[in-house]
Design a protein. Sequence first.
Length: 375
Amino acid sequence: MEREGNSDPIPIDIILDILSRLSTNSIAKFGLASKFCGSILRGQDFTELFLITRPLSRPRLLFAVQNSDKWCLYSSPQSQFPDENHSLVVSADFHMELRRDMGQEIFGLVSGLLYFPNTRTGEVPVICNPSTGQYARLTQRSSMNNLSSLLGYDPIGKKYKVITPSSSHFDPENILTLGTGKVAWRSIRCLVDHYPESEGICINGVLYYMASNKFQFSGVKIASFNVRYETLKFLNADVDVTFCPALAKLINYKGKLCVLSCLWDNQIYPKPLRWKVLMLWLWVLEDAEKEEWLKREYTLPVNIVHGNVSVVGVTATGEIILSMDYTSESFFVYYFNPERNTLEKVEIQGFEGSEKNLSSRVYTFVDYAEDVKFI
C-alpha cells in the first residue's frame, strides 16, 4: 500500500542529534537561516546535548584586539601544566571581526559571552558570542542617563541579566533579563545608590564588583549581587586595595572571589642592579557566609616579565596568568605558579602588531570554551 501525502516528519530528537554534531560556525548559520532551526538551537535541550556530544575540550585563552576601526577576536590553547624549564610558542586561531562601534571597552567574558557596556550617550550595550559569531545590541533604556552596566549569569535558571547599579528613586530602570522573548528594562529596589568602579566577575551566580558613593559611604566597597534572586549586599572586606580600585582587579580564584593588586617595585635589589620585580597581593574570600578573607603575597621571579602586563585570571590548578596589554612584535602570556614559585613565558603568534606601526589594546580572558548559546 502506497503512502499518500507527505512523508512523516523527522523526529525532533534525531534533528537535535544531527545539529549537535556540526561545527559551531555551521550551527550559527543554520540558526540564522531558518526560524525552525533557530527555535531548536535556542532551546536548553540542544545546549545540553551539544555539551554531552562534544569531547571535553581544554580551556583556551580568548584575545580581543582593539584596532582603530575594528575588533578582532582570537583564541589559543591555555597551558595546563606550565614548565619553567623552557618557553613555549603557540599560535592563535582567528574567530571573527567586529566593527569598532560595537564598543570602546569590554567588561568581561561571562559564561561564553562578551559584554560591551557602551556608556556614551546614544549608545546601547552589546553582547557577543565568539563561538557562533552572533552579536546583539540591547534595547535602549528610556532614561537619558548612560550609566555603567554589568552582565551576570544565573546557572540555575540559565538566564543572563544586565544590571545598571543606580538609585531606584532617580533611575528606575536598572535590570534587563535576556532570553525571555520580551526584552524590556524593569526596576528592582536598590537601597544604596552606588556606582561601579570596576568590571564585574560572576562566580556561581553571584556578580561581584567594586562600587563607590562619596555621599553614602567612604572609600570603595565590594558589591555582591545574586543574579537569580536579584538581591544586593556589600561585603565587609578588610581589603586595603579597595581604597584604590585603579590598582585592583576582581578574579575567580578556584571558584572563590579574589581581590588582586599588583605593583612594580625597584627598591628590593641594590642600586647596581635596580631590577624591577612585580609584587602581587591577593585577598581570597575563603568563606562567603562568614565573610572571612585570606591574604597572600607573592613576588614574581626577577628579570622575566617586561612591559605593560596585567593579571587576567587564574587557572583551575592555581596558576596566575598575566598577559601583555598591547600588541607588539612579540606578544607574551605568563603563567606564575605560586606554590612552586615558577614562571612560564609563552609567546602568542598570530595577531602581533595587527596594525603596522601601531600598538593595539589587547583584552585577554581565561578559561574560554566553545558555547552555542544563541542571543
